[in-house]
Design a protein. Structure first.
Length: 566
């Protein structure tokens, strides 16, 4: 459940911090006071799309933060474990900052997360229902989702099995489609592949060849500098009065006196070692010089070969390895195209077999959906009795696609189309929900569905944003009692203009809008005590000119609500 909400610089709210209780929390106030803004903030913390428009004018960013008690919420705890997020105190903090540029920063328990991750938590923690939910009821393309959600794990497993087979069939169908390309296009592709393969083969490319050629080229370009340096170095080492000659004389002199003093042995041995080492290096330099050969024709050959490789790189890859990899790919593609008739027959048979498997999965899923649709209709019809719709009946029409022999007869969702039909009066035929139901009836249908779905959506905070539109009189009292009943096993937030619903509140929050001397609009939020609750419900009954009769009526509604809740 949501226990604490903090809002800073959001729309017309400069700063707000409010604590929530379990049960039914009602938000009331004049139109435009900011009630829906609070719901928008909760929705954004649940991962809804944000924008710079939410940032209060003149502020750099809007800050939203919510504290949830997640004790015994196994699905949320499991998600936290999957993401490696701490939850040792059975509390969860969702935070979202929206900059004036429109950028959002999302956090879960202090750790940065993406908006999609925030949305995963929002789905498990918050269930918001407003006018958009009415639109979903009116849109037949959304009706299948209601059935699948109500079906729970049974539908989910069957749908997962179907999805796996659908993905296999999609891949095979795409491969078949490629083989069904225009013959002229295929012929042009074959010609191009033939040319490219011959072109690459004519290059006789070898792995690491380019690097070896560049190294050889570098040596040839620096031949003169290397030759002269080595020649000069050899001349300095060997020859008359050169380093070796002088060192030889020094070693001979030291050797002649080494017997005269034992300490001179060290000098004699060290100089002799140096002489032999330098003599060996001089010999190596001489041999290297004798082997050096400058071949200008070889340099031309290297340049020509590098140009060939460069031309192939421009056409087929950034380096020789990429060209050779591309060569393997186009060879395989050419082989596939040359044997395309055989491959197509094999693929077509594979697709045909896969469609058979897919059909079996689809039929099983469809049967489960039909059973679930019947259960859902009966459950909703049962709730209608408590909502002053005793004569109303819902029926869910599940139609299966006619063509199950071709892959085109399947969709990612299966083979079913579901539509809600309703009759509201005895003797009247069932008609599409969108064509029959009034606004007030839609509100009650949605509330009936929400009551039914409560068992499958888990421990979430349910938010009703003015879902009682178009309802009055006895129907309003019935809706108030149903919402209160729903809150006995869940935390429920409800923005309402109905005094009957407000009277049922376990926590009543009043929202007012005011303008300060500096011409800035602010929102004031207050949790009402018993006396203030009577005053607010009186205002809802009679408007700003409250009468004693309105106050008495408000007290009577609250007393009735308490009896009903007990």
């Amino acid at each position: 459940m949501l226990t604490e909400l903090q809002i800073i610089n959001f729309a017309i709210i400069d700063k707000l911090n409010v604590s929530f209780e379990d049960g039914l929390t009602v938000f009331t106030g004049e139109t435009g006071a900011g009630k829906s803004i609070i719901i928008d903030a909760i929705a954004l913390l649940g991962g809804a799309r944000g924008s710079a428009d939410y940032v209060r004018h003149g502020a750099k960013k809007a800050e939203l933060e919510a504290l949830f008690d997640i004790e015994n919420n196994e699905r949320v705890i499991q998600l936290l474990d999957q993401l490696g997020l701490d939850h040792t105190d059975d509390q969860l903090i969702l935070r979202r900052d929206i900059a004036h540029t429109g950028k959002s920063v999302c956090r879960v328990n202090g750790k940065l997360v993406t908006q999609s991750v925030l949305q995963q938590f929002g789905t498990l923690l918050i269930d918001i229902h407003g006018q958009h939910e009415h639109q979903r009821l009116l849109d037949p393309s959304k009706h299948l989702d209601f059935v699948d959600r109500f079906g729970g794990s049974t539908i989910e497993k069957l749908k997962q099995a179907y999805t796996e087979e659908y993905q296999k069939a999609t891949k095979l169908a795409a491969q078949c489609s490629r083989y069904n390309q225009d013959e002229k296009e295929v012929a042009q592709r074959v010609d191009l592949l033939h040319y490219q393969i011959k072109d690459i083969e004519a290059g006789h490319l070898q792995k690491d060849e380019e690097e070896q050629l560049l190294e050889e080229k570098r040596k040839l370009l620096n031949y003169e500098k290397v030759f002269q340096t080595l020649k000069s170095s050899y001349g300095a080492l060997d020859g008359e009065h050169a380093a070796l000659d002088l060192l030889r004389q020094t070693a001979s002199g030291l050797d002649s006196i080494r017997d005269l003093d034992p300490e001179l042995n060290h000098f004699s041995e060290s100089v002799s070692n140096c002489f032999y080492l330098l003599e060996e290096q001089a010999s190596s330099i001489r041999n290297y010089l004798e082997q050096m050969e400058y071949n200008p024709e070889r340099l031309n050959e290297i340049e020509a070969r590098l140009n060939e490789i460069q031309l192939l790189k421009r056409k087929y890859g950034n380096n020789v390895d990429e060209i050779l990899t591309y060569y393997v790919q186009i060879k395989k593609e050419l082989d596939d195209l040359n044997s395309r008739d055989q491959n197509f027959d094999a693929l077509h048979e594979a697709l045909k077999a896969e469609i058979g498997v897919l059909r079996d999965c689809a039929v099983q899923l469809s049967r489960a959906r039909k059973q679930t649709s019947g259960k859902l209709a009966r459950a909703i019809n049962h709730e209608f009795k408590d909502l002053c719709m005793e004569h109303a009946l819902i029926d869910l029409h599940v139609k299966m696609n006619g063509n199950l022999e071709s892959f085109s007869g399947f969709s990612s969702e299966g083979i079913d189309h579901v539509s809600f039909y309703i009759t509201t009066n005895p003797g009247e035929p069932f008609k599409p929900l969108a064509k029959v139901a009034s606004g007030g009836e839609l509100s009650r249908v949605m509330l009936a569905m929400k009551t039914v779905f409560r068992k499958v959506i888990g421990p979430v905070t349910i938010v009703f944003d003015e879902v009682d539109t178009g309802v009055s009189g006895q129907a309003a009292q019935a809706m108030a009692e149903k919402i209160s009943s729903l809150s006995q096993n869940a935390q429920v937030f409800c923005i309402t203009h109905l005094p009957q619903v407000a009277a049922m509140a376990d926590q009543h929050i009043s929202i007012e809008k005011y303008v300060t001397k500096d011409e800035r609009t602010h929102t004031h939020v207050k949790t009402l005590d018993d006396a203030e609750k009577v005053q607010e419900i009186s205002r809802m009954i009679s408007g700003p000119l409250m009468t004693d009769l309105a106050r008495e009526h408000a007290k009577e509604l609250i007393q009735l609500a308490e009896k009903i809740k007990q």
